[in-house]
Design a binder for this molecule. Structure first.
Ligand code: C5P
Length: 239
């Protein structure tokens, strides 16, 4: 497999074409952003940790029947994935009130939700990723009604698996964001699942074990991400 030209540079990773038109070479970067890119910092070691964490999680999801883009981890910072047409939606699943949900609805952070809540945001930097409902998604032709319900079903199934996975390593999955893509008419989980895209609270201490450490200026991100990786890798290596 040969790495070819740069296809896209995002906030936390670079995507390259490969000698196989169906595969993409992903490189995770040592970069953290907040406020839709308005705040940006180089954080040495972050790319490596995120790549290792998301690779571990995608392997775990594959074993549990979740269709996704992951092929293999190539190095500490790189992985190979299937090329998909990304659906421009951020699918957010919430188990406990936090972040924008708490702010918008006045629900105190930490309040457990009766049922998981699925939200959609339109991925558009110019518009600051606005909250959209199913009618908006349909109107904007981002997904068909049956795809919207599949997104929800998939998101809730992934939520169940991840709640259990993180609970096994003493972490509470507060909320997280997923992205999906289409490949040969099938919907695949794509992008990443990392502490950049999940809120994880330590079960015992309630400490933030995710990007809120950076967003809220609570300290150094690396030891926190390292701890998440250590716990996950100990668990998955045992099997
Ligand atoms: O900010 P908000 O409370 O809406 O975030 C909900 C979840 O989605 C958090 O886990 C956050 O890390 C994730 N998220 C993300 N990328 C965004 C917005 C939110 O990964 N652009």
């Amino acid at each position: 497999m040969e790495k070819k030209e740069l296809l896209y540079e995002g906030k936390a990773k670079k995507l390259y074409l490969t000698s196989d038109e169906n595969l993409i070479w992903v490189e995770y970067l040592d970069q953290a952003t907040a406020l839709n890119g308005a705040r940006k910092d180089q954080i040495s070691g972050k790319g490596e940790l995120n790549n290792q964490i998301t690779s571990t999680i995608f392997r775990y999801l594959t074993q549990r029947g979740i269709k996704n883009h992951f092929i293999e981890q190539l190095s500490k910072t790189e992985q190979l994935v299937k090329k998909v047409q990304i659906i421009p939606l951020e699918v957010v699943i919430r188990n406990i009130a936090a972040g924008s949900f708490s702010k918008r609805l006045g629900v105190p952070e930490g309040k457990k939700l009766i049922e998981p809540i699925v939200e959609f945001y339109y991925k558009d930097d110019q518009l600051d990723d606005p909250f959209v409902n199913e009618d908006h998604i349909y109107y904007l032709q981002l997904a068909k009604p049956e795809e919207i319900s599949e997104l929800k079903t998939q998101a809730l199934a992934i939520n169940k698996i991840l709640i259990e996975l993180f609970a096994k390593v003493g972490l509470v999955l507060v909320d997280f964001k997923l992205e999906f893509g289409r490949s040969n008419g099938k919907m695949l989980l794509a992008d990443e699942v990392t502490p950049d895209t999940c809120r994880l609270w330590d079960e015992r201490t309630n400490e933030h074990m995710d990007k809120d450490v950076y967003r809220r200026g609570l300290g150094d991100l690396i030891p926190v991400y390292q701890e998440v990786y250590n716990r996950l890798s100990e668990l998955t290596e045992e099997k």
